[in-house]
Design a protein around this ligand. Structure first.
Ligand SMILES: NC(=O)c1ccc[n+]([C@@H]2O[C@H](COP(=O)([O-])OP(=O)(O)OC[C@H]3O[C@@H](n4cnc5c(N)ncnc54)[C@H](OP(=O)(O)O)[C@@H]3O)[C@@H](O)[C@H]2O)c1
Length: 431
């Protein structure tokens, strides 16, 4: 099987290395050799640490899709639109297979690309787009395909997990840990997509589509990132028996108005003892709960050249074996269009943190707002005293109750000059 690779960065070079190192194993399992015949990137002269001289070069990556000597195009450029999308569309329209690691493109254009793939009877695969080296798409499409899933959730962004678990270990604050993560290559120079939760939301939208047989709905994901989590929150969570993790979760709920798809990404308190609490550093983990399989945990490296290349090559082997089904598990026309769940309709326990002016009456004001909003407080902690006129932290854990009540209580406190800044609400993930 002859392939062309668009994008020779971390993942592209990883794929070239893997295909060369494991050529024998791959040929035996795929039933034929998988050979790179052509490549494309921005800078032809760049030293990439692998010899690309044996491969044909195209300046325009879309030209890869027009080559007669190419069976499958591997898109490893990135970006939801631009050249990656043009090249992917061209490959599928030409009837060539497409393998991609591009979660942003699949989250935004996955349905269109899957439609093109079906129309051309061409394979489209994107295992590496979700949780890097973890075969979670395979797990959901194949391993749990006989189940109705009740829930899919997990830690989908290694950068955030590295930052949160490092804050936990060192006690350092967000900005310092982010800077260190950038210096060590665990965070991008522009980390916005990661720390704001967008990258995890791309992956969640893909998992939800496959897990629940729904149309990919990235716009329906409610997203909160980790930038407002302080070292003091992590210490407080620790004292209460929790760690803080950025969790993406999706489920489908039957309501009197019909089915609703809930998709959200937000930092959560995770009880020590929950399998996700032990997921540290840049690791990813996905939990899928099936009605017959029970709880399944997929865990491993969510990024990096080796793990991501492993997922890309597994897709190539499936294509070489002619083992490909519908990209989202069922044909595009049969994917359900389920409206997003309304915010505030679920019940949960929450951790709420306030920074308040250190003066009498503040606690009474907060607890009155909670009472009037219908929020029942399980525990309340006021940390130390500040220097005169300073700020102190007040944290509480609520009993399980409607999310909307927390919002109502906080609305009652809006504009109060007792508060120094907006409160932070973090849900507590059920065990
Ligand atoms: N890195 C990971 O661990 C990881 C994990 C999972 C998924 N992914 C996904 O895999 C994809 C690639 O990621 P990566 O980390 O390998 O990226 P990367 O190291 O930045 O490499 C991107 C490659 O694309 C080329 N490129 C970028 N813009 C281009 C343009 N306008 N025209 C032509 N070529 C262009 C670059 O060319 P030059 O080298 O010539 O500049 C480079 O070779 C992304 O979709 C990413 O989300 C990455």
């Amino acid at each position: 099987m002859r392939i062309a690779i668009a994008g020779l960065g971390t993942v592209g070079v990883g794929v070239i290395r893997l295909l060369a190192t494991n050529a024998g194993i791959i040929a035996a399992r795929a039933g034929r050799r998988i050979e790179v015949v052509a490549v494309s990137a921005r800078d032809r002269g760049k030293d990439r640490g692998v010899d690309i001289a044996p491969f044909a070069w195209e300046d325009d990556m879309t030209a890869l899709a027009r080559r007669d000597d190419v069976d499958v195009v591997v898109e490893l450029v990135g970006g939801s639109d631009g050249p990656a999308l043009a090249c992917s569309r061209a490959a599928l329209a030409a009837g060539k297979g497409l393998v991609t690691a591009n979660k942003a493109m699949i989250a935004h254009h996955g349905l269109e690309l899957a439609g093109l793939a079906e129309a051309s009877n061409a394979p489209l695969k994107f295992e590496a787009a979700v949780a890097g080296g973890i075969p979670v798409i395979k797990g959901l499409r194949e391993g749990t395909s006989a189940n109705a899933l009740t829930k899919v959730y997990g830690i989908l962004n290694g950068t955030c997990n590295y930052i949160l678990s490092t804050m936990e270990r060192t006690g350092a604050d967000f900005a310092a840990v982010l800077a260190e993560a950038q210096a060590r290559g665990f965070a991008e120079a522009d980390p916005a997509f990661d720390i704001e939760g967008v990258d995890a939301a791309h992956k969640l939208a893909i998992l939800a589509a496959i897990g629940f047989g729904t149309r990919v709905d990235f716009a329906g994901v409610r997203i909160a990132g980790i930038t407002r989590v302080r070292a003091a929150d992590i210490a407080q969570a620790d004292a209460l028996g929790f760690v803080i993790r950025l969790v993406g979760e999706a489920d489908v709920e039957e309501t009197p108005q019909g089915a609703r798809l809930l998709q959200r990404v937000r930092p959560c308190l995770v009880a020590r003892g929950h399998p996700l609490s032990a997921v540290d550093g840049p690791t990813n983990a996905v939990v899928a709960e099936g009605n017959f399989s029970g709880r399944l945990l997929f865990q491993g490296a969510g990024a990096g050249d080796g793990p991501t290349a492993s997922a890309v090559a597994a897709d190539l082997i499936d294509i070489a074996r002619d083992e490909v089904g519908a990209p989202f598990s069922i044909p595009v026309a049969n994917l359900a269009a389920i409206p997003p769940a309304e915010p505030g309709e679920r019940t949960e326990r929450s951790y709420i943190r306030f920074m308040v002016k250190d003066r009498p009456g503040v606690l009474a004001e907060i607890t009155a707002a909670m009472r009037d909003g219908g929020v029942s407080i399980e525990s309340l902690i006021q940390q130390g005293r500040s220097a005169e006129g300073g700020e102190v932290m007040v944290a509480m854990v609520t009993h399980e109750g409607p999310e909307a009540n927390v919002a109502r209580a906080l609305a009652l406190l809006e504009g109060s000059d007792s508060l120094a800044g907006d409160p932070l609400v973090l849900p507590i993930l059920p065990l």
